[in-house]
Design a protein around this ligand. Structure first.
Ligand SMILES: [Zn+2]
Length: 259
């Protein structure tokens, strides 16, 4: 690390739990952020500012005026531009030290598997169940930790699925896929702007913890916030031994004793 980096990351390096070693892990980390909207904005901004060395920012939408109420990665100058590119420019303006790849794509299952295999960590900042389940399947297949966030109206949820660990539940263990599930979308129901900031910021904090190995990640815990009453709750949950997605996950690549 050079002098400018020591200066830039000084307030993280000062933390005993993080230190120089943790900062070096951040600089070496590759993170995939799926969605450059309400959740992806604060998550990507904090990870870029923290010096996460390589960010892949994926979104196939363009910036619209109705996004600017909460998607703080984008500005008036970005209207009509792809969110991934507008976001990349904002992140590099804060921290030109890092590499940011903007992917203006809607990812199918094969592409999700390909991209999750290239990173250390995935942030699900998407906005629908089908995508969440597809991301989960790709992370299970590649045994990549997944930090999942969701927000609608005044309610937010965050959890971490550390799929490197056989004991960790996956997203499907907690939210089984169902055809008849009624999906609320921000476009039709609304969402409080700062709520997505709260949830996306928790996702960034969990990502930094997983990369540096400090603290206790939100594994097997679902953290929920009700912003109207400003109450936070934690629910504990376990891996579903019958889960069709993770029950037959591939054995760990290295160091597995077998059972
Ligand atoms: Zn599962």
């Amino acid at each position: 690390m050079g002098d400018a980096q020591l200066m830039r990351y000084a307030r993280h390096i000062l933390l005993d739990e993080l230190g120089i070693e943790g900062q070096e892990r951040l600089l070496a980390a590759r993170v995939l952020i799926l969605g450059a909207g309400g959740l992806g904005s604060p998550a990507a901004l904090y990870l870029a500012a923290a010096g996460v060395g390589q960010l892949l920012l994926v979104d196939d939408d363009a910036v619209e005026l109705s996004n600017l109420q909460r998607q703080i990665l984008h500005t008036m100058a970005g209207l009509g531009r792809p969110k991934a590119e507008s976001g990349r420019d904002a992140l590099l303006a804060i921290n030109p030290d890092i590499q940011v790849r903007a992917l203006v794509e809607r990812l199918d299952e094969a592409r999700l598997r390909e991209l999750t295999a290239q990173v250390d960590l995935v942030l699900d900042c998407s906005d629908n169940f089908a995508t969440r389940h597809a991301i989960n399947r790709a992370c299970v297949a590649n045994r990549v930790p997944l930090v999942s966030g969701a927000a609608i109206k005044f309610s937010g949820q965050i959890s971490v699925y550390d799929l490197r660990d056989d004991a960790s539940p996956c997203y499907h263990c907690l939210f089984p896929e169902a055809d008849d599930i009624e999906e609320l979308r921000c476009a039709t129901t609304g969402v409080l702007g700062p709520l997505v900031g709260m949830v996306g910021s928790v996702q960034a904090a969990e990502a930094i913890k997983l990369i540096t190995g400090m603290g206790e990640p939100l594994v097997g815990r679902l953290l929920s916030v009700d912003a109207l009453r400003m109450q936070w709750h934690t629910i504990r949950f376990k891996r579903d031994p019958e889960c069709p997605v993770c029950a037959r996950r591939a054995p760990a690549a290295a160091g597995c004793s077998g059972d």
